[in-house]
Design a protein around this ligand. Structure first.
Ligand code: NI
Length: 193
């Protein structure tokens, strides 16, 4: 079943495709994404991070199952960025690594939930940051890509450790190769996109 994949798994660099079909399996996968997000103490999780090629992410900035607002954002669009804000970010796919990221303070977000209801809201603060971080995932962008060169150098050794670990795993599991991952993602795209 689904699990959170770590940098530099190739699915994290995949350009997600719009979702055209929602079925029982996809609903189950989204329920599992919420489980994984809470288990890993995250506030957002994008489809790429569980090796799915779909334009969807989930979020709950409370980080707790029974509080806050659980958001499922399918085929999201972000418009009208305003202002700038800098804050520290982390990512469930690069656990333990943090860095300062500058982003627009406010954005207009449109998306659909699992029932086809439209989310159409101007958001700011932490929710705006989480939504932009997750939206980036869908384009294959990770938060270090948004960091200054100096800040990125400061986490260079940590990222390299993840790269070495992935190389080790790859030697034991051919399913982690770029070709195998691309094949799996293409099969899922054929089914849902
Ligand atoms: Ni992330």
């Amino acid at each position: 079943m689904l699990q959170v994949i770590n940098y530099p798994h190739p699915a994290l660099r995949h350009q997600s495709k719009p979702v055209r079909r929602v079925d029982k399996t996809l609903r189950q996968m989204i329920a599992k994404m919420f489980e994984l997000m809470y288990e890993h103490r995250g506030v957002g999780l994008a489809a790429n991070q569980v090796n799915l090629p779909l334009q969807l992410f989930i979020a709950n900035i409370s980080g707790e199952r029974d509080s806050g607002e659980e958001l499922v954002m399918i085929n999201p669009v972000i418009q009208s960025p305003k202002g700038t804000s800098e804050a520290e970010e982390g990512c469930l796919s690069i656990p333990g690594v943090y860095g300062q990221v500058v982003r627009p303070e406010q954005v207009h977000v449109m998306a659909y939930d699992l029932s086809g209801n439209k989310f159409d809201r101007v958001v700011d603060g932490m929710l705006a940051r989480v939504i932009q971080h997750e939206f980036d995932h869908l384009q294959g962008v990770l938060f270090p890509d948004r960091m200054s060169e100096a800040a990125k150098r400061a986490i260079g050794d940590e990222l390299e450790a993840f790269e070495l670990e992935y190389d080790n795993l790859l030697r034991q599991d051919e399913g982690l190769s770029a070709e195998a991952v691309a094949k799996r993602l293409a099969e899922l795209e054929a089914e849902y996109c």
